[in-house]
Design a protein around this ligand. Structure first.
Ligand code: AMP
Ligand code: MG
Length: 422
């Protein structure tokens, strides 16, 4: 086995070992979704801030229940406060969330009482069911107590985390900066979609990889910077690559397959490539290359193969985890699920295969079935578009049969805030 043709796991660990977390920036709370928190968030308050009612009802002392009907001595709406402690032998009307007067130990819900009279008119309340006695009070500080760390540094921020940060009074947060990632398509046959006339005329194809990669970057929490399409000549490629210098990473597509990679190899050798490799034992996507470009400030370079499916697959398996690490996730892992293979796949031994499949409920608590979505050639983009997962088939034997229990990588990313910083 050739030493420079890396097994899939080895390629991924080499990539992860060569990328670092980016620095932290402050963003407004509303723009923090999808970022990774770079500081612990500590609460300076108790939440809830006061004992409050979990129900619309009447706050009472348990020992007064047998005196029902009780005179109503206070009326506390949400946003209001009790006049004082609950007078013995009385009840106080409280709305959900309203502070409960001191002395009360339960709230009888409104459905369990009968009211006599009303505010200003001999108001009394008859307690018809008392199962709520001693209940329905949410205690001060029962959710969050002052001084508590409510969010740990390293948390990828989702909706509930934003709610927690808001409720402890944080209008802005320190988060890891969103990676800016340059994308460069290479190939004389390529045009952007607005030049479809040339495609119709049978002379060119659309650089679909440019769109795939920009979208995958957004799904991964990154900001894409499209460097366009370089011609298949060293000067054009090098000039374009140099424009990636102020990005945090650069992805090229195509120009790395055998017979073609000499251009890129030469240019990157000139720019200074560290930790590099040029091939992985995978299908699709075997011409996968990686390194750090010293001449461009040491940014990571991902050299993805040109075939549209290879580009999409190698991004999911090798680039996305690296970008998550750069974005600060403590454990950048591939999101996997167990599946039962529902097809036949005869692949080459010695390679890790990624088979496009859709999920179908397994039933009886069994893992989901993974049904191949069609042709598995690296140019068959439509079977990729139908896929929910990539089923991982290990090099030994490199094939799979119906009923095999395997692992699959889920496709797709995580939600994102719009871009503007503070
Ligand atoms: P290459 O790696 O240059 O040999 O390209 C492999 C295959 O991928 C060829 O069929 C190319 O036309 C195709 N290809 C390369 N770049 C792109 C791109 N940006 N978008 C779509 N297809 C591409
Ligand atoms: Mg090419």
């Amino acid at each position: 086995m050739k030493a420079d043709w890396l097994e899939a796991g080895e390629a991924l660990s080499r990539i992860l070992a060569a990328v670092d977390r980016l620095d932290a920036v402050e963003v407004r709370l509303g723009n923090s979704l999808g970022h990774v928190l770079a500081e612990p968030v500590v609460s300076e308050v108790n939440l809830p801030p006061w004992d409050n009612s979990a129900m619309d009802g009447f706050a009472v002392r348990s020992r007064d229940l047998d005196q029902s009907p009780l005179p109503v001595s206070d009326d506390v709406p949400a946003g209001g406060f009790p006049r004082g402690p609950l007078a013995p032998g009385t009840a106080a009307r409280v709305m959900t969330g309203a502070p409960v007067p001191d002395g009360a130990d339960g709230v009888i819900r409104v459905e369990h009482v009968h009211e006599i009279g009303g505010p200003g008119n001999e108001w009394k309340v008859e307690l018809r069911e008392t199962g709520d006695a001693g209940r329905n009070i949410r205690l001060r500080g029962e959710d969050i107590s002052r001084g508590q760390t409510v969010l740990a540094a390293g948390t990828p921020l989702r909706a509930a985390h934003l709610a927690v940060a808001a409720s402890v009074g944080r209008p802005a947060l320190q988060v890891v900066r969103r990676p800016r990632v340059a994308i460069l398509a290479t190939g004389d046959e390529l045009v952007d979609v607005d030049r479809f006339d040339e495609v119709r005329a049978g002379r060119r194809i659309v650089s679909s990889n440019s769109y795939a990669l920009a979208a995958q970057l957004r799904e991964s929490g990154c900001e894409p910077v499209d460097l366009g399409i370089a011609r298949d000549d060293p000067a054009s490629i090098e000039a374009a690559l140099r424009r990636a210098a102020d990005a945090d990473a650069v992805i090229t597509s195509a120009g790395v397959s055998v017979g073609e990679h000499d251009h890129l190899k030469e240019i990157l050798a000139g720019l200074g490539l560290e930790h590099g490799f040029w091939r992985a034992r995978i299908r699709p996507g075997s011409p996968l290359a990686f390194g750090r470009i010293e001449g461009l400030g040491g940014i990571p370079w991902f050299g993805l193969p040109g075939n549209p499916v290879s580009t999409l697959v190698t991004f999911e398996v090798f680039v996305r985890p690296a970008l998550h690490r750069m974005a600060g996730e403590p454990a950048p892992h591939l999101p996997t699920i167990p599946v039962r293979f529902a097809g036949e796949y005869g692949g080459k031994a010695g390679l890790t295969h990624f088979v496009r499949a859709r999920l179908q409920a397994g039933g009886d608590g069994k893992p989901a079935d993974a049904v191949p979505t069609g042709g598995q050639g690296s140019g068959i983009l439509t079977s990729m578009a139908l896929a929910d997962v990539l089923v991982v088939i290990s090099p030994d034997p490199g094939s799979a049969t119906r009923g095999d229990e395997l692992t699959a990588i889920r496709l797709g990313g995580r939600p994102l805030s719009p871009d503007p910083p503070v």
